[in-house]
Design a protein around this ligand. Structure first.
Ligand SMILES: NC(=O)C1=CN([C@@H]2O[C@H](COP(=O)(O)OP(=O)(O)OC[C@H]3O[C@@H](n4cnc5c(N)ncnc54)[C@H](OP(=O)(O)O)[C@@H]3O)[C@@H](O)[C@H]2O)[C@@H](O)CC1
Ligand SMILES: Nc1ncnc2c1ncn2[C@@H]1O[C@H](COP(=O)(O)OP(=O)(O)O)[C@@H](O)[C@H]1O
Ligand SMILES: [K+]
Length: 490
């Protein structure tokens, strides 16, 4: 498991590490890593144009008043020593890191008020983990005036809320963000995560000092492999888990077909379908055992209820039957609307429940749209309803009722296609049926669903929900193989 640590947690770790090191060491480690990445970018970019590497390139630094500006200036000094023409613009009056500014000047760089209009690389050293959201006016003006081939954010894109990923004002949109020591929540959550570009982590020796519990958890292939239930020689279709799908209707048979496609792609051994779209499911998936009603379906180890099954009396009755079962349950789509209207149907529930709202469904459940701090938004709903909440979006967030927050690293916009949520929900129910806990199933399902979207959409292909379902087994295979041989995944 990887993670993202808050600014305060990074500072606590930093002060312990700094106590062991000569002054300035950490900043030099950060600047060295940053300069290396900038040089790599410059060489790649200029090689394409047939020009030389770092030598002769133009680099502009937007330098804020703190250590973030210091990192940028020290890195720029290293580039200046390799022959880059460096112009540094102080963006908060003339407040800049004095030692770093002197180092840049000694290396041949210049502090200027008006830099060239074009540069090969712009370094955003305006604000780091000490920044409040928003940008100083001077930085906004410079960003508008300069045409940069590549924008590299130092530690975080300046202007974002580092601890929540909210972007309430103006902020830098980076092509690359070079982060020091650890990810921060803004790298993985909310609108800020869309401003990060490619994330490069520079090791400055902080890891041993970081709190073992990050503010936001981020799953990796190894987690997925550890949680995955591979069938053993003594398994049969029942011990692998039976998943029940209560979805679809005569009006929306597609939801039933897609949800069962998702369930069939998971690790459980048996998929039962209960609902009025049984004929459609049977025709498309002969593997699925179909009944018309939940109470005829027999025993299952996990249920999915909701996609396309309506919000009328009959749907409410079916939802109640599902919730009477002692098995874990995924509630999606229409089931969320019903829960919003009749929250008491959840009150007797003891077995795990995973809710999978998008923003409008969240509003129906919570009474107001999710806050820009999407981790906190998912966590408050999870606590209030004593459920796991998977809040959908570009960076899907999962929160457990005890306050654990996960950000999904694999999402991609091609997944925003009708029915892809049905596939996700069916797949997740299969993970629950195989014995995975509620939060893990939600984290694993969004991780693999994101990868499946990438596999289905490779080469700019358009993607349908059926494509995502077909790609899910490939995503599972790629993940489990990569966990066995970590170097295989680029
Ligand atoms: N921790 C680590 O492990 C390491 C950290 N390192 C580096 O240090 C960075 C953190 O540096 P930092 O603490 O000096 O804070 P930083 O973000 O530069 O800015 C603070 C200044 O900005 C000002 N200010 C704030 N918001 C503002 C706004 N919206 N608009 C305008 N001004 C605003 C604020 O003003 P004040 O609050 O005083 O009014 C203060 O003067 C970190 O991101 C990383 O790059 C590495 O070198 C080594 C390892
Ligand atoms: N902009 C986006 N980028 C990445 N993923 C997205 C984006 N928008 C939606 N998604 C994902 O697409 C899926 C859509 O689910 P949902 O809204 O329930 O669709 P449907 O109800 O049509 O099945 C979710 O997994 C969600 O996280
Ligand atoms: K920055």
């Amino acid at each position: 498991m990887d993670g993202a640590w808050s600014a305060a947690a990074v500072r606590r770790a930093e002060s312990q590490l700094m106590a062991q090191l000569p002054p300035g060491t950490l900043m030099q480690r950060a600047a060295a890593g940053l300069a290396t990445e900038c040089a790599r970018i410059l060489m790649q970019q200029r090689r394409k144009r047939g020009t030389a590497g770092v030598y002769g390139s133009t680099v502009i630094v937007l330098a804020g008043p703190g250590d973030n500006g210091g990192d940028a200036l020290f890195a720029a000094a290293r580039l200046a020593r390799r022959g880059a023409r460096v112009f540094a613009v102080p963006v908060m009056g003339d407040r800049v890191h004095p030692v770093a500014a002197a180092a840049l000047t000694r290396a041949g760089g210049r502090l200027v008020a008006t830099p060239p209009r074009h540069c090969d690389l712009l370094l955003d050293g305006v604000l780091g983990i000490g920044g409040r959201p928003g940008l100083p006016g001077r930085a906004i003006d410079q960003l508008a005036a300069i045409d940069a081939d590549t924008i590299v954010a130092v530690d975080v894109p300046s202007g974002v809320d580092v601890d929540t990923g909210a972007v309430p004002g103006s902020a830098v949109t980076a092509d690359v963000t070079v982060a020091f020591g650890s990810r921060k929540p803004c790298h993985v959550l909310g609108r800020a995560a869309l401003l990060v570009g490619r994330l490069v982590l520079v090791d400055i020796g902080l890891a041993p000092y970081l709190d073992p519990h990050p503010a936001v958890r981020v799953a990796d292939d190894g987690d997925l492999a550890a949680w995955w239930h591979e069938p053993g020689p003594d398994d049969d279709k029942y011990t692998r888990g039976v998943v029940g799908v209560a979805a679809g209707s005569e009006r929306y048979p597609g939801a039933a077909v897609l949800a069962t496609s998702g369930a069939l792609a998971g690790p459980s051994g048996y998929v039962r379908y209960a609902g009025t779209a049984a004929e459609h499911v049977r025709r498309r998936h002969p593997e699925v055992v179909c009944t018309q009603e939940v109470k005829e379906a027999g025993r299952v180890q996990a249920w999915l209820a909701g996609p396309g099954f309506g919000t009328d009396e009959a749907a409410l009755a079916e939802l109640r039957h599902v919730l009477e079962s002692p098995a874990p349950v995924v509630l999606d789509a229409d089931a969320l609307t019903l829960i919003g209207e009749y929250p008491s149907v959840l009150s007797q529930r003891e077995a795990p429940v995973v809710l999978t709202p998008h923003d409008r469904e969240y509003e129906r459940l919570y009474g107001s749209p999710p806050a820009e701090d999407r981790g906190a938004a998912a966590a408050v709903l999870a606590k209030r309803l004593n459920c796991t909440v998977l809040l959908k979006g570009h960076h899907t967030v999962v929160a457990s009722s005890d306050g654990e927050v996960w950000a999904n690293p694999t999402g991609r916009p091609q997944l925003a296609t009708a029915g892809s949520g049905d596939v996700l929900a069916g797949f997740m129910a299969s993970l629950l049926a195989s014995g995975m806990g509620g939060a893990k199933a939600a984290v694993a399902a969004s991780y693999l669903h994101g990868l499946a979207g990438g596999i289905a959409g490779a080469g700019h292909r358009t993607v349908t929900a059926s494509d995502v379902a077909r790609a899910l087994p490939l995503a599972v295979g790629a993940t489990l193989t990569a966990a066995e041989t970590p170097s295989k995944r680029s």
